[in-house]
Ligand binder design. Structure first.
Ligand code: FMN
Length: 417
């Protein structure tokens, strides 16, 4: 049987190991993780979700503190429209995060940034324009547009000198989404350099409704490949979502995909940004511990561990500090749910909100344990220690397992205990 290493992902004349490590916000796919993928000849993603907070933690800036101070007067106000991002500061944070990552890059691979368009930030167009252009300024190799394609994003960076040099890609979950994207961008004369097709078993937000289980990644991949061929479009298609072994990946590469994007296997690596005790929650999870629910204020279904502290936690909306999900009019679905519960339980100190969650605050604190469908198989990829915890892996180990394994095997690491 073939192995992933028998294939190469081609961008122009350059060839890469056809493994992308997917973006995982907020700083779950750290620079360290992405840099390992690039060093090994593949493609790593960082994410720009809540980049001001990421910058504060990494570079000792004070973007969040300053924003909180500026808007403190509004904390008890349910109208958040006044809470705006300062675009200069946003660009500064983006350039720091991406610039430092690019400066540390070694090897022949690439570093991309995952930009979720659902982070509407109380000013969708201008904040996205700022993020995209600052990413290009900072020398990013490529930008993956995800979660909430509003179809006009390429135009927002069309005047940047690197617009045609950097790799630009999109994540779609259907032929229809791709068709709309291509139609809306036709006048720019700039096709995506790659298309990621993400199926229903992925982690994070899903591009499907609550009927996600009726869809199949291989079927959608084949539909997209047929569409690209019929339209004479030579754009690499990358399959993502539930590709757990090297052999799973080979099946997609043999079917005609140019590469695979994977994430869940890397959540229990040392380089992953999740706290060590959260990594243990992931590796210990059983199939019954994983659900897809509608608590994300974005409106997209999201997969997560049932035990995540984000479910039910009725914390005060943190928009004055964060506010990444505020829409163009300063609204977020969580604010409405929170206010409803406060009004219904005026004397209650501990408010419970079940239908929505304060995603910014919980993601920031690593308290929203979003995960891929096959998280329950992580325990098959490592050793259980005598104390009941599992040994964490190196990103290199997982990457190479995808690259070189055959026959649905998963290589266990050398025991460290
Ligand atoms: C913990 C976690 C967080 C994720 N966060 C994001 C994200 O912020 N943006 C995004 O586009 N995809 C996100 N994803 C999806 C991955 O980038 C990837 O496409 C998908 O999970 C691949 O499937 P796999 O996890 O089964 O390998 C996330 C996945 C996981 C597991």
């Amino acid at each position: 049987m073939k192995r992933v290493d028998d294939f190469r992902l081609r961008f122009g004349k350059n060839e890469y190991v056809p493994i992308m490590v997917g973006g995982m916000g907020v700083d779950i796919s750290t620079s360290e993780l992405a840099l390992e993928a690039a060093r090994l000849g593949g493609i790593g993603h960082i994410s720009d979700a809540m980049v001001e907070d990421v910058s504060d933690r990494k570079f000792d800036t004070s973007f969040v503190k300053d924003k909180t101070k500026l808007y403190k007067f509004n904390i008890n106000n349910s109208d958040k429209s006044v809470v705006q991002f300062d675009l200069e500061r946003l660009a500064d944070a983006q350039r720091r995060h991406i610039g430092a990552t690019m400066a540390a890059k070694k090897g022949d691979g690439l570093i991309f940034v995952n930009c979720m368009e659902k982070l509407t930030m109380n000013g969708p167009r201008e904040t996205l324009r700022t993020r995209l252009n600052a990413a290009l300024d900072a020398g990013i190799d490529g930008i993956t547009l995800s979660a909430g394609l509003h179809f006009g994003s390429f135009a927002l960076m069309a005047d940047h000198p690197r617009f045609r040099e950097a790799k630009l890609g999109i994540i779609v979950s259907s032929v229809r989404a791709l068709q709309i994207f291509l139609r809306k961008n036709a006048k720019l004369d700039r096709l995506p350099d790659y298309i990621i097709v993400e199926g229903p078993l992925a982690g994070g937000h899903l591009g499907f409704g609550m009927d996600w289980a009726e869809y199949d990644l291989m079927a959608i991949t084949l539909e997209l490949l047929a569409y690209l061929k019929a339209e004479n479009l030579d754009i690499p298609l990358i399959a993502a979502g539930g590709i757990f072994t090297g052999s799973d990946a080979v099946r997609f590469l043999e079917a005609g995909a140019a590469g695979v994007q994977v994430a869940t296997r890397f959540t229990i690596t040392n380089e992953c940004g999740l706290p060590a005790k959260v990594k243990q929650e992931y590796v210990k999870a059983t199939e019954d511990d994983i659900i897809v629910n509608g608590i994300s204020p974005t409106g997209y279904p999201m997969r997560m561990l049932k035990s995540t502290p984000a479910i039910g936690a009725g914390i005060r909306p943190g928009c004055e500090s964060y506010g990444y999900l505020l829409d163009a009019t300063g609204n977020c679905a969580y604010i409405n749910s929170y206010n409803r519960e406060v009004a219904a339980h005026p004397n209650e100190k501990n408010i419970v909100v079940m239908d929505k969650t304060c995603l910014c605050t919980h993601m920031r604190n690593f308290n929203c344990w979003t995960c891929g469908h096959y998280t329950y198989r992580l325990k098959d990829t490592t050793h259980k220690k005598p104390d009941g915890d599992y040994q964490l892996l190196s990103a290199e180990h997982v990457f190479k397992d995808y690259q070189f394994s055959t026959d649905d095997q998963i290589a266990l690491p050398e025991k460290e205990f």
